[in-house]
Design a protein around this ligand. Structure first.
Ligand code: IPM
Ligand code: MN
Length: 370
């Protein structure tokens, strides 16, 4: 298979983890005889520094000409004082909007070998396996007006939470499609006891549910969902929610796996290339120290192969390799309980590539990647 992948490393540890994910993709390409062509683009703070725009036109083109986009992370204290319209995060949001990647899938999987890395008790997290389907292009992230002004001598700031019926419908449908191939249960998370947009959300969820008689739908208020994620995370199969609730709940959910450095994501579009990125940020505190956990980025690369290229076997080989490396006891600093014996980003990447190459299923049929 011949495919083009746009790589946008971004800021902070984004550069380090993306480099690892690209190396893993190259190893997979080698083993399975695919040709992946990587084209690099600027985004975020790096793009502001170099060309004065967090999502420059050149990057738009690179993305649009690619079959899929692999992204690192954006942001950092260096750009915190900039005006709202040229912040690094603005570049990320512009990219999501431009590429129309409305369905953000954030799978939360449990690894037996990381059971002690989670701050939660074993019996609560053993066997956790659900996916958060986050709406990515609407809600308070994009609503207008958004502004600061002075009214009657008082300074005020306005953000607007708005959702269209069609925006809600397409994300709820994505969630039901996914649930129909998994545990057949959708938990729709909203704040319908307070928000008008949530009441529309709930209505649409009920309507969509009628098309999927074998998938159960439950509604849950977002505050209760935050509690149930800790109290009984095993009750979830597919959680579908609006943009900001999904952002917050997915960081919370990452703690079930042991670290924010473990969670990958796919942002799917039905019209063009989809985007794959770890859910963690740029972690400026550990930037450039070869310390970051590359697993979320590597698992995002696996999602890319699965969702954009339909290379299920290759995706599984990566996921299996990650599991094996963790089982063998390798840990980056974020996963280590006492900070002793941790390995670096590059070493973790190397271990995962070794496990891919050693995979018996592959080595039986061909000799690859030396
Ligand atoms: C995420 C991030 C972004 C978001 C930030 C960097 C704008 O937190 O992808 O979860 O809020 O969507
Ligand atoms: Mn987030």
């Amino acid at each position: 298979m011949k495919k083009k992948i746009a790589v946008l490393p971004g800021d902070g540890v984004g550069k380090e983890v993306t480099k690892g994910a690209v190396e893993v993709l190259k190893a997979v390409a080698n083993c399975f005889e695919h040709q992946f062509e990587f084209t690099y683009g600027l985004i975020g703070g790096d793009a502001i520094d170099q060309v004065g725009n967090p999502f420059p036109d050149a990057t738009v083109q690179i993305c649009q000409q690619a079959d899929a986009v692999l992204l690192g992370s954006v942001g950092g204290p260096k750009w915190d004082a900039l005006p709202a319209n040229i912040r690094p995060e603005k570049g990320l949001l512009a990219m999501r909007k431009t590429l129309d990647v409305y369905a953000n899938l954030r799978p939360v999987s449990f690894y037996q070998s990381l059971i002690d890395a989670s701050p939660l008790k074993k019996e609560y997290i053993e066997g956790v396996d659900f996916i958060i389907v986050r709406e990515l292009l609407g809600g308070i992230y994009f609503g207008e007006p958004r502004e600061r002004k002075v009214e009657q001598g008082e300074e005020i700031a306005i953000d607007t939470l708005v959702y269209k019926r069609t925006e809600i419908k397409r994300i709820i449908e994505s969630a039901f499609e996914i649930a129909s191939k998994r545990g057949k249960k959708v938990t729709s998370v909203d704040k319908a006891n307070v928000l008008e947009s949530s009441r529309l959300w709930r209505e649409v969820a009920e309507e969509v549910a009628k098309q999927y008689p074998d998938v159960a739908l439950e509604h849950m208020l977002v505050d209760a969902a935050a509690m149930h994620l800790i109290r009984n995370p095993k009750r979830f199969d597919v959680i579908v929610t609006e943009n900001m609730f999904g952002d917050i709940l997915s960081d919370e959910a990452s703690m079930l796996t042991g670290s924010l450095g473990m969670l990958p994501s796919a942002s799917l579009s039905t019209t063009g290339p989809s985007v794959y990125e770890p859910i963690h940020g740029s972690a400026p505190d550990i930037e450039g120290q070869n310390k970051a956990n590359p697993i979320a980025a590597i698992l995002s690369a696996a999602m890319l192969l699965r969702h954009s290229f339909e290379l299920e076997e290759e995706a599984k080989v990566i996921e299996k390799a990650v599991g094996q490396v963790l089982n063998a006891g390798h840990r980056t600093a974020d996963l280590s309980i006492d900070g002793k014996g941790c390995i670096s980003t590059t070493k973790m990447v190397g271990e995962i590539i070794d496990a891919i190459v050693d995979d018996s299923a592959i080595s039986k049929i061909m000799t690859c990647y030396t």
